[in-house]
Design a protein around this ligand. Structure first.
Ligand code: NAD
Length: 483
Protein backbone atom coordinates (compact mmCIF):
# COMPACT_ATOMS: atom_id res chain seq x y z
CA UNK A 1 0.00 0.00 0.00
CA UNK A 2 1.27 3.50 -0.80
CA UNK A 3 1.08 6.04 1.98
CA UNK A 4 0.43 9.77 1.55
CA UNK A 5 3.69 10.35 3.44
CA UNK A 6 5.54 8.67 0.57
CA UNK A 7 4.80 11.44 -1.96
CA UNK A 8 6.83 14.55 -1.18
CA UNK A 9 6.99 17.66 -3.31
CA UNK A 10 8.56 19.88 -0.66
CA UNK A 11 11.44 19.53 1.68
CA UNK A 12 12.25 20.86 5.13
CA UNK A 13 14.66 23.80 5.23
CA UNK A 14 14.89 26.55 7.84
CA UNK A 15 11.84 25.28 9.74
CA UNK A 16 9.49 25.36 6.73
CA UNK A 17 8.39 23.03 3.97
CA UNK A 18 9.83 24.67 0.87
CA UNK A 19 9.47 23.95 -2.80
CA UNK A 20 12.56 22.33 -4.22
CA UNK A 21 13.44 22.42 -7.87
CA UNK A 22 15.10 19.06 -8.47
CA UNK A 23 13.89 16.09 -10.47
CA UNK A 24 11.39 13.59 -9.15
CA UNK A 25 13.06 10.53 -7.66
CA UNK A 26 10.96 7.37 -7.62
CA UNK A 27 11.30 5.01 -4.68
CA UNK A 28 10.96 1.34 -5.51
CA UNK A 29 9.87 -1.42 -3.16
CA UNK A 30 12.64 -4.03 -3.64
CA UNK A 31 10.23 -6.89 -2.88
CA UNK A 32 7.56 -5.99 -5.44
CA UNK A 33 9.65 -3.90 -7.87
CA UNK A 34 6.79 -1.37 -7.80
CA UNK A 35 7.18 2.35 -7.31
CA UNK A 36 5.83 3.19 -3.85
CA UNK A 37 7.01 6.76 -3.41
CA UNK A 38 7.94 9.93 -5.26
CA UNK A 39 10.22 12.57 -3.88
CA UNK A 40 11.07 15.93 -5.44
CA UNK A 41 14.81 16.14 -4.95
CA UNK A 42 16.77 19.11 -3.72
CA UNK A 43 19.15 20.96 -6.01
CA UNK A 44 22.56 22.43 -5.29
CA UNK A 45 20.87 25.80 -4.65
CA UNK A 46 18.55 24.14 -2.12
CA UNK A 47 21.56 22.58 -0.39
CA UNK A 48 23.19 26.00 -0.13
CA UNK A 49 19.97 27.41 1.29
CA UNK A 50 19.87 24.61 3.86
CA UNK A 51 23.47 25.28 4.93
CA UNK A 52 22.65 28.99 5.26
CA UNK A 53 19.61 28.15 7.42
CA UNK A 54 21.72 25.91 9.64
CA UNK A 55 24.43 28.58 9.90
CA UNK A 56 21.86 31.13 10.99
CA UNK A 57 20.58 28.72 13.65
CA UNK A 58 24.04 27.75 14.93
CA UNK A 59 24.79 30.55 17.47
CA UNK A 60 21.50 30.19 19.32
CA UNK A 61 21.35 26.37 19.21
CA UNK A 62 25.01 26.12 20.22
CA UNK A 63 24.38 28.21 23.31
CA UNK A 64 21.30 26.35 24.57
CA UNK A 65 21.75 24.53 27.85
CA UNK A 66 22.18 20.76 27.97
CA UNK A 67 18.83 20.61 29.81
CA UNK A 68 17.14 22.33 26.86
CA UNK A 69 18.69 19.91 24.41
CA UNK A 70 17.80 16.91 26.59
CA UNK A 71 14.16 18.04 26.38
CA UNK A 72 14.43 18.39 22.59
CA UNK A 73 15.94 14.90 22.19
CA UNK A 74 13.29 13.37 24.42
CA UNK A 75 10.55 15.14 22.48
CA UNK A 76 12.02 13.89 19.20
CA UNK A 77 12.09 10.36 20.60
CA UNK A 78 8.42 10.61 21.60
CA UNK A 79 7.46 12.03 18.20
CA UNK A 80 9.26 9.20 16.41
CA UNK A 81 7.63 6.61 18.67
CA UNK A 82 4.23 8.10 17.77
CA UNK A 83 5.17 7.51 14.13
CA UNK A 84 6.58 4.04 14.89
CA UNK A 85 4.15 2.00 12.77
CA UNK A 86 4.54 4.35 9.82
CA UNK A 87 8.33 4.25 10.15
CA UNK A 88 8.35 0.45 10.20
CA UNK A 89 6.08 0.33 7.14
CA UNK A 90 8.28 2.85 5.38
CA UNK A 91 11.51 1.01 6.14
CA UNK A 92 10.04 -2.27 4.92
CA UNK A 93 8.88 -0.49 1.78
CA UNK A 94 12.03 1.41 0.89
CA UNK A 95 14.73 -1.04 2.09
CA UNK A 96 12.89 -4.36 1.63
CA UNK A 97 14.00 -5.34 5.11
CA UNK A 98 11.85 -7.87 7.02
CA UNK A 99 9.23 -6.27 9.24
CA UNK A 100 10.58 -7.89 12.41
CA UNK A 101 14.04 -6.45 11.71
CA UNK A 102 12.60 -3.06 10.77
CA UNK A 103 10.93 -2.96 14.17
CA UNK A 104 13.76 -4.32 16.33
CA UNK A 105 16.83 -3.02 14.60
CA UNK A 106 16.11 -0.20 12.14
CA UNK A 107 13.63 1.57 14.42
CA UNK A 108 14.37 0.00 17.81
CA UNK A 109 18.10 0.63 17.76
CA UNK A 110 17.62 4.13 16.33
CA UNK A 111 15.40 5.01 19.30
CA UNK A 112 17.83 3.40 21.73
CA UNK A 113 20.64 5.55 20.34
CA UNK A 114 18.50 8.69 20.42
CA UNK A 115 17.54 8.05 24.04
CA UNK A 116 21.15 7.28 24.95
CA UNK A 117 22.14 10.83 23.97
CA UNK A 118 19.44 12.40 26.12
CA UNK A 119 20.83 10.32 28.98
CA UNK A 120 24.47 11.09 28.20
CA UNK A 121 23.78 14.82 28.27
CA UNK A 122 22.67 14.52 31.90
CA UNK A 123 26.29 13.99 32.92
CA UNK A 124 28.47 15.02 29.96
CA UNK A 125 31.24 17.44 31.03
CA UNK A 126 31.22 20.45 28.70
CA UNK A 127 33.79 22.10 30.92
CA UNK A 128 36.87 20.74 32.61
CA UNK A 129 39.68 22.28 34.65
CA UNK A 130 43.39 21.73 34.21
CA UNK A 131 45.54 23.80 36.59
CA UNK A 132 44.93 27.38 35.45
CA UNK A 133 43.08 26.31 32.29
CA UNK A 134 39.36 26.00 31.81
CA UNK A 135 38.84 23.53 28.99
CA UNK A 136 35.56 24.16 27.17
CA UNK A 137 33.83 21.72 24.86
CA UNK A 138 31.83 23.77 22.38
CA UNK A 139 29.58 23.01 19.45
CA UNK A 140 31.69 22.50 16.31
CA UNK A 141 29.06 24.32 14.22
CA UNK A 142 27.05 23.12 11.24
CA UNK A 143 27.01 19.38 10.58
CA UNK A 144 26.29 17.81 7.21
CA UNK A 145 25.07 14.23 7.65
CA UNK A 146 25.35 12.12 4.51
CA UNK A 147 23.84 8.67 4.93
CA UNK A 148 23.53 5.36 3.04
CA UNK A 149 20.50 3.26 2.16
CA UNK A 150 21.10 0.11 4.17
CA UNK A 151 19.86 1.36 7.58
CA UNK A 152 18.51 4.77 6.56
CA UNK A 153 16.79 5.70 9.81
CA UNK A 154 19.40 4.30 12.15
CA UNK A 155 22.30 5.94 10.29
CA UNK A 156 20.51 9.26 10.28
CA UNK A 157 19.77 9.14 14.01
CA UNK A 158 23.33 7.98 14.82
CA UNK A 159 24.44 11.36 13.42
CA UNK A 160 21.54 13.68 14.21
CA UNK A 161 21.20 12.71 17.89
CA UNK A 162 24.84 13.39 18.89
CA UNK A 163 25.01 16.47 16.65
CA UNK A 164 21.93 18.02 18.27
CA UNK A 165 23.24 16.95 21.69
CA UNK A 166 26.51 18.77 20.95
CA UNK A 167 24.61 21.92 19.97
CA UNK A 168 25.11 21.57 16.22
CA UNK A 169 22.38 22.23 13.62
CA UNK A 170 22.27 19.54 10.94
CA UNK A 171 21.71 19.31 7.21
CA UNK A 172 20.73 15.74 6.36
CA UNK A 173 21.24 14.18 2.96
CA UNK A 174 19.74 10.70 2.78
CA UNK A 175 20.56 8.15 0.09
CA UNK A 176 18.62 8.45 -3.18
CA UNK A 177 17.20 4.91 -2.87
CA UNK A 178 15.75 5.43 0.63
CA UNK A 179 14.72 9.04 1.30
CA UNK A 180 11.25 8.37 2.75
CA UNK A 181 12.10 7.62 6.39
CA UNK A 182 14.14 10.85 6.57
CA UNK A 183 10.99 12.83 5.69
CA UNK A 184 9.22 11.28 8.65
CA UNK A 185 12.06 12.44 10.89
CA UNK A 186 11.59 15.93 9.42
CA UNK A 187 7.85 15.68 10.22
CA UNK A 188 8.80 14.82 13.80
CA UNK A 189 11.32 17.69 14.00
CA UNK A 190 8.60 20.08 12.85
CA UNK A 191 6.00 18.63 15.23
CA UNK A 192 8.20 19.15 18.29
CA UNK A 193 9.00 22.71 17.26
CA UNK A 194 12.76 22.44 16.88
CA UNK A 195 13.96 25.98 16.19
CA UNK A 196 14.10 26.85 12.46
CA UNK A 197 17.31 25.72 10.79
CA UNK A 198 18.30 23.21 13.46
CA UNK A 199 17.15 20.25 11.33
CA UNK A 200 17.23 20.54 7.53
CA UNK A 201 16.65 17.89 4.89
CA UNK A 202 18.07 17.87 1.35
CA UNK A 203 17.27 14.64 -0.49
CA UNK A 204 19.20 14.55 -3.73
CA UNK A 205 21.95 13.06 -5.83
CA UNK A 206 25.21 12.49 -3.99
CA UNK A 207 27.33 13.85 -6.81
CA UNK A 208 25.44 17.17 -6.70
CA UNK A 209 23.78 17.85 -3.35
CA UNK A 210 26.31 15.75 -1.41
CA UNK A 211 29.22 17.57 -3.02
CA UNK A 212 27.79 20.98 -2.10
CA UNK A 213 27.73 19.85 1.53
CA UNK A 214 31.28 18.49 1.34
CA UNK A 215 32.66 21.73 -0.12
CA UNK A 216 30.50 24.48 1.38
CA UNK A 217 32.53 26.75 3.70
CA UNK A 218 29.46 27.06 5.94
CA UNK A 219 29.66 23.38 6.89
CA UNK A 220 32.03 22.68 9.78
CA UNK A 221 31.77 18.90 10.04
CA UNK A 222 30.84 16.32 7.43
CA UNK A 223 29.71 13.08 8.96
CA UNK A 224 29.64 10.56 6.15
CA UNK A 225 28.50 6.95 6.18
CA UNK A 226 28.77 5.02 2.95
CA UNK A 227 31.22 3.31 0.67
CA UNK A 228 34.97 3.70 0.95
CA UNK A 229 35.06 4.93 -2.66
CA UNK A 230 32.70 7.86 -2.01
CA UNK A 231 34.20 8.50 1.44
CA UNK A 232 37.57 9.13 -0.20
CA UNK A 233 35.96 11.62 -2.57
CA UNK A 234 34.13 13.44 0.24
CA UNK A 235 37.35 13.72 2.27
CA UNK A 236 39.22 15.11 -0.74
CA UNK A 237 36.49 17.68 -1.44
CA UNK A 238 36.32 18.75 2.19
CA UNK A 239 40.08 19.23 2.43
CA UNK A 240 39.92 22.61 0.68
CA UNK A 241 38.01 24.20 3.57
CA UNK A 242 39.80 22.06 6.19
CA UNK A 243 36.50 20.88 7.59
CA UNK A 244 36.40 17.93 9.92
CA UNK A 245 35.37 14.75 8.12
CA UNK A 246 34.13 11.71 10.02
CA UNK A 247 34.07 8.66 7.79
CA UNK A 248 32.12 5.49 8.53
CA UNK A 249 32.84 3.22 5.58
CA UNK A 250 32.68 -0.34 4.34
CA UNK A 251 33.80 -3.58 5.93
CA UNK A 252 34.81 -7.18 5.32
CA UNK A 253 34.75 -8.42 8.86
CA UNK A 254 35.98 -11.79 10.07
CA UNK A 255 34.33 -14.20 12.43
CA UNK A 256 37.27 -16.09 13.91
CA UNK A 257 36.47 -19.46 15.43
CA UNK A 258 39.30 -20.68 17.68
CA UNK A 259 40.09 -24.36 18.21
CA UNK A 260 37.85 -25.72 20.93
CA UNK A 261 35.03 -23.21 20.32
CA UNK A 262 31.44 -24.42 20.17
CA UNK A 263 31.23 -25.03 16.40
CA UNK A 264 27.45 -25.23 16.21
CA UNK A 265 27.02 -21.94 18.07
CA UNK A 266 29.85 -20.01 16.38
CA UNK A 267 28.94 -21.04 12.84
CA UNK A 268 25.16 -20.68 13.21
CA UNK A 269 25.55 -17.23 14.74
CA UNK A 270 27.93 -16.17 11.98
CA UNK A 271 25.53 -17.30 9.26
CA UNK A 272 22.67 -15.48 10.96
CA UNK A 273 24.81 -12.35 11.30
CA UNK A 274 25.70 -12.30 7.59
CA UNK A 275 22.10 -12.73 6.50
CA UNK A 276 20.72 -9.84 8.59
CA UNK A 277 19.28 -7.15 6.30
CA UNK A 278 20.13 -9.40 3.31
CA UNK A 279 23.83 -9.04 4.05
CA UNK A 280 23.62 -5.29 3.57
CA UNK A 281 25.25 -4.47 6.89
CA UNK A 282 28.62 -2.71 7.03
CA UNK A 283 29.69 -4.68 10.10
CA UNK A 284 28.56 -8.11 8.80
CA UNK A 285 30.92 -11.01 9.55
CA UNK A 286 31.29 -12.02 5.91
CA UNK A 287 34.39 -14.18 6.36
CA UNK A 288 34.27 -17.18 8.67
CA UNK A 289 37.74 -18.41 9.66
CA UNK A 290 37.83 -21.97 11.02
CA UNK A 291 40.61 -24.41 11.98
CA UNK A 292 41.30 -26.65 8.97
CA UNK A 293 40.56 -29.72 11.11
CA UNK A 294 37.05 -28.39 11.75
CA UNK A 295 36.29 -27.26 8.20
CA UNK A 296 33.96 -30.14 7.28
CA UNK A 297 31.92 -29.85 10.45
CA UNK A 298 31.74 -26.07 10.03
CA UNK A 299 30.52 -26.35 6.46
CA UNK A 300 27.81 -28.80 7.49
CA UNK A 301 26.58 -26.41 10.18
CA UNK A 302 26.79 -23.42 7.82
CA UNK A 303 24.83 -25.24 5.12
CA UNK A 304 22.10 -26.19 7.57
CA UNK A 305 21.93 -22.68 9.05
CA UNK A 306 21.76 -20.97 5.65
CA UNK A 307 19.11 -23.35 4.36
CA UNK A 308 16.98 -22.71 7.47
CA UNK A 309 16.73 -18.99 6.63
CA UNK A 310 13.14 -18.02 5.92
CA UNK A 311 13.37 -16.11 2.64
CA UNK A 312 10.44 -14.17 1.24
CA UNK A 313 7.99 -11.34 1.60
CA UNK A 314 9.46 -8.84 4.07
CA UNK A 315 5.94 -8.02 5.27
CA UNK A 316 5.50 -11.49 6.78
CA UNK A 317 6.42 -11.66 10.44
CA UNK A 318 8.33 -14.92 10.03
CA UNK A 319 10.54 -13.71 7.16
CA UNK A 320 14.22 -13.49 8.02
CA UNK A 321 15.69 -12.66 4.61
CA UNK A 322 14.10 -10.18 2.23
CA UNK A 323 15.38 -8.93 -1.12
CA UNK A 324 18.50 -6.83 -1.66
CA UNK A 325 17.93 -3.16 -2.35
CA UNK A 326 17.86 -2.99 -6.16
CA UNK A 327 18.26 -4.84 -9.44
CA UNK A 328 21.77 -3.38 -9.76
CA UNK A 329 22.71 -4.59 -6.27
CA UNK A 330 21.36 -8.07 -7.04
CA UNK A 331 23.36 -8.20 -10.26
CA UNK A 332 26.49 -7.11 -8.41
CA UNK A 333 26.05 -9.80 -5.72
CA UNK A 334 25.37 -12.50 -8.33
CA UNK A 335 28.50 -11.41 -10.23
CA UNK A 336 30.60 -12.01 -7.12
CA UNK A 337 29.15 -15.50 -6.73
CA UNK A 338 29.56 -16.31 -10.44
CA UNK A 339 33.16 -15.16 -10.48
CA UNK A 340 34.02 -17.10 -7.32
CA UNK A 341 32.49 -20.29 -8.76
CA UNK A 342 34.26 -19.73 -12.09
CA UNK A 343 37.53 -19.50 -10.14
CA UNK A 344 36.87 -22.87 -8.50
CA UNK A 345 34.92 -22.04 -5.33
CA UNK A 346 32.67 -24.71 -3.84
CA UNK A 347 29.07 -23.67 -3.42
CA UNK A 348 28.05 -25.06 -0.03
CA UNK A 349 24.58 -23.54 -0.11
CA UNK A 350 22.63 -21.05 -2.23
CA UNK A 351 23.89 -19.72 -5.55
CA UNK A 352 22.70 -17.48 -8.34
CA UNK A 353 19.25 -18.96 -8.94
CA UNK A 354 16.21 -17.23 -7.53
CA UNK A 355 14.89 -18.59 -4.24
CA UNK A 356 12.07 -21.02 -4.96
CA UNK A 357 8.70 -19.39 -5.61
CA UNK A 358 10.03 -15.83 -5.74
CA UNK A 359 9.73 -14.68 -9.32
CA UNK A 360 9.47 -10.98 -8.52
CA UNK A 361 11.75 -8.93 -6.25
CA UNK A 362 15.50 -8.55 -5.95
CA UNK A 363 16.02 -11.78 -4.04
CA UNK A 364 19.33 -13.59 -3.61
CA UNK A 365 19.54 -17.03 -2.01
CA UNK A 366 21.43 -17.25 1.28
CA UNK A 367 24.80 -18.37 -0.01
CA UNK A 368 27.84 -20.04 1.56
CA UNK A 369 31.06 -20.56 -0.39
CA UNK A 370 34.37 -22.18 0.40
CA UNK A 371 37.50 -23.15 -1.51
CA UNK A 372 38.28 -19.53 -2.34
CA UNK A 373 41.68 -17.87 -2.18
CA UNK A 374 41.98 -15.33 0.64
CA UNK A 375 43.18 -12.93 -2.05
CA UNK A 376 40.14 -13.44 -4.33
CA UNK A 377 37.62 -10.65 -4.83
CA UNK A 378 34.92 -12.43 -2.85
CA UNK A 379 37.25 -12.78 0.15
CA UNK A 380 38.57 -9.23 -0.07
CA UNK A 381 35.74 -6.98 -1.25
CA UNK A 382 32.49 -5.97 0.34
CA UNK A 383 29.79 -8.01 -1.45
CA UNK A 384 26.87 -6.43 0.44
CA UNK A 385 24.59 -9.39 -0.08
CA UNK A 386 23.67 -12.59 1.82
CA UNK A 387 26.98 -14.29 1.08
CA UNK A 388 29.45 -15.92 3.49
CA UNK A 389 32.89 -17.27 2.61
CA UNK A 390 34.44 -19.92 4.84
CA UNK A 391 38.25 -19.92 4.98
CA UNK A 392 40.28 -22.59 6.78
CA UNK A 393 43.41 -21.68 8.75
CA UNK A 394 46.41 -23.65 10.04
CA UNK A 395 47.13 -22.07 13.44
CA UNK A 396 45.98 -19.07 15.45
CA UNK A 397 48.76 -16.83 14.15
CA UNK A 398 47.66 -17.66 10.61
CA UNK A 399 44.02 -16.92 11.57
CA UNK A 400 44.90 -13.48 12.95
CA UNK A 401 46.90 -12.68 9.80
CA UNK A 402 43.96 -13.76 7.64
CA UNK A 403 41.49 -11.72 9.68
CA UNK A 404 43.69 -8.64 9.25
CA UNK A 405 44.47 -9.23 5.58
CA UNK A 406 41.92 -6.93 3.92
CA UNK A 407 41.97 -3.14 3.49
CA UNK A 408 39.04 -2.95 5.92
CA UNK A 409 38.83 -3.05 9.72
CA UNK A 410 35.31 -2.34 10.90
CA UNK A 411 34.11 -5.22 13.06
CA UNK A 412 34.51 -8.91 13.75
CA UNK A 413 34.00 -11.64 16.28
CA UNK A 414 36.07 -14.21 18.10
CA UNK A 415 34.67 -17.50 19.34
CA UNK A 416 36.73 -19.44 21.83
CA UNK A 417 36.52 -22.12 24.47
CA UNK A 418 36.77 -19.40 27.10
CA UNK A 419 36.14 -15.65 27.01
CA UNK A 420 39.63 -14.58 28.13
CA UNK A 421 41.38 -16.62 25.48
CA UNK A 422 39.04 -15.15 22.86
CA UNK A 423 39.72 -11.67 24.27
CA UNK A 424 43.48 -12.13 23.86
CA UNK A 425 42.89 -12.85 20.16
CA UNK A 426 40.43 -9.92 19.87
CA UNK A 427 43.28 -7.65 20.98
CA UNK A 428 45.29 -8.72 17.94
CA UNK A 429 42.62 -7.78 15.38
CA UNK A 430 43.03 -4.46 13.55
CA UNK A 431 39.37 -3.59 13.68
CA UNK A 432 37.12 -1.14 15.49
CA UNK A 433 34.72 -3.54 17.16
CA UNK A 434 34.98 -7.19 18.16
CA UNK A 435 32.27 -9.35 19.72
CA UNK A 436 33.52 -12.15 21.95
CA UNK A 437 31.43 -15.32 22.08
CA UNK A 438 28.21 -13.74 20.86
CA UNK A 439 28.20 -10.79 23.28
CA UNK A 440 25.30 -8.34 23.17
CA UNK A 441 25.25 -4.98 21.33
CA UNK A 442 26.12 -2.04 23.55
CA UNK A 443 24.56 1.18 22.19
CA UNK A 444 27.00 3.35 24.16
CA UNK A 445 30.19 1.62 23.03
CA UNK A 446 32.21 3.29 20.24
CA UNK A 447 31.60 2.09 16.70
CA UNK A 448 33.90 2.83 13.78
CA UNK A 449 36.65 1.57 11.59
CA UNK A 450 40.38 1.03 11.41
CA UNK A 451 42.18 1.29 8.06
CA UNK A 452 39.90 1.93 5.06
CA UNK A 453 36.75 1.35 7.10
CA UNK A 454 36.97 4.96 8.20
CA UNK A 455 38.31 7.33 10.79
CA UNK A 456 35.24 8.23 12.83
CA UNK A 457 33.62 6.83 15.94
CA UNK A 458 29.87 6.91 16.45
CA UNK A 459 27.75 6.16 19.53
CA UNK A 460 28.19 7.04 23.18
CA UNK A 461 30.54 9.81 24.26
CA UNK A 462 32.76 9.10 21.23
CA UNK A 463 29.85 10.03 18.97
CA UNK A 464 29.33 13.43 20.58
CA UNK A 465 33.08 14.17 20.50
CA UNK A 466 32.88 14.20 16.68
CA UNK A 467 30.78 17.36 16.91
CA UNK A 468 32.65 19.29 19.59
CA UNK A 469 35.53 21.75 19.43
CA UNK A 470 37.91 22.10 22.36
CA UNK A 471 38.82 25.53 23.69
CA UNK A 472 41.47 26.16 26.35
CA UNK A 473 40.89 29.36 28.33
CA UNK A 474 43.94 30.26 30.40
CA UNK A 475 43.01 31.91 33.67
CA UNK A 476 45.37 33.97 35.84
CA UNK A 477 44.69 31.58 38.74
CA UNK A 478 44.28 27.83 39.26
CA UNK A 479 40.58 27.10 38.90
CA UNK A 480 38.86 25.26 41.69
CA UNK A 481 38.48 21.54 41.07
CA UNK A 482 41.52 21.61 38.77
CA UNK A 483 43.69 18.56 38.33
P1 NAD B 1 27.46 5.31 -1.15
O1 NAD B 1 28.87 5.63 -0.77
O2 NAD B 1 27.17 5.01 -2.55
O3 NAD B 1 26.49 6.52 -0.74
C1 NAD B 1 26.43 7.00 0.58
C2 NAD B 1 25.88 8.42 0.55
O4 NAD B 1 26.80 9.27 -0.11
C3 NAD B 1 24.56 8.57 -0.21
O5 NAD B 1 23.74 9.50 0.45
C4 NAD B 1 25.01 9.13 -1.55
O6 NAD B 1 24.02 9.87 -2.21
C5 NAD B 1 26.15 10.02 -1.11
N1 NAD B 1 27.11 10.34 -2.18
C6 NAD B 1 27.37 9.65 -3.30
N2 NAD B 1 28.31 10.30 -4.03
C7 NAD B 1 28.65 11.40 -3.34
C8 NAD B 1 29.58 12.46 -3.57
N3 NAD B 1 30.33 12.49 -4.67
N4 NAD B 1 29.68 13.44 -2.65
C9 NAD B 1 28.93 13.41 -1.52
N5 NAD B 1 28.03 12.44 -1.25
C10 NAD B 1 27.89 11.44 -2.15
O7 NAD B 1 27.04 4.12 -0.17
P2 NAD B 1 25.68 3.30 -0.19
O8 NAD B 1 25.74 2.39 -1.36
O9 NAD B 1 24.52 4.20 0.00
O10 NAD B 1 25.83 2.45 1.17
C11 NAD B 1 26.50 1.28 1.29
C12 NAD B 1 27.89 1.49 1.86
O11 NAD B 1 27.80 2.12 3.15
C13 NAD B 1 28.62 0.19 2.13
O12 NAD B 1 29.95 0.30 1.71
C14 NAD B 1 28.54 0.04 3.64
O13 NAD B 1 29.55 -0.75 4.21
C15 NAD B 1 28.64 1.44 4.07
N6 NAD B 1 28.14 1.60 5.45
C16 NAD B 1 29.02 1.84 6.46
C17 NAD B 1 28.56 1.94 7.77
C18 NAD B 1 29.49 2.24 8.92
O14 NAD B 1 29.01 2.61 9.98
N7 NAD B 1 30.80 2.10 8.75
C19 NAD B 1 27.20 1.80 8.04
C20 NAD B 1 26.33 1.54 6.98
C21 NAD B 1 26.82 1.45 5.69
Amino acid sequence: MNRPQWTRERTYIGGAWVETRGDICEVEDPATEKVIGRVRQATQADATQAVDAARAAAPAWGSTTPAYRIAALRALSTALRERGDLLVDTLVGEVGTPVSLARSSHLGQALTVLDSYAELLETFAFEDYLANTRVLRESAGVVAAITPWNYPLYQLIAKVAPALAAGCPVVVKPAELTPLSAFIVADAAEAIGLPPGVFNLVPGPGGEVGEVLATHPGVDVVSFTGSTRVGRRVAALAADTVKRVCLELGGKSASLMLPGADVERAVSATVANVMVNSGQTCAAWTRLLVPRSELDQSLAVAEAAASRQVVGDPRHEATELGPVISAAQRRSVLNYIEQAVAEGATLVEGGTERPRGLTVGHYVRPTVLTGVSPQSRIAQEEVFGPVLVVLPYEDVGDAVDLANATPYGLAGSVWGPDDERAFSVARRLRTGRVDVNGAAWNPSAPFGGYKQSGNGRELGSWGIEEFLETKAVQMPYAASGSR
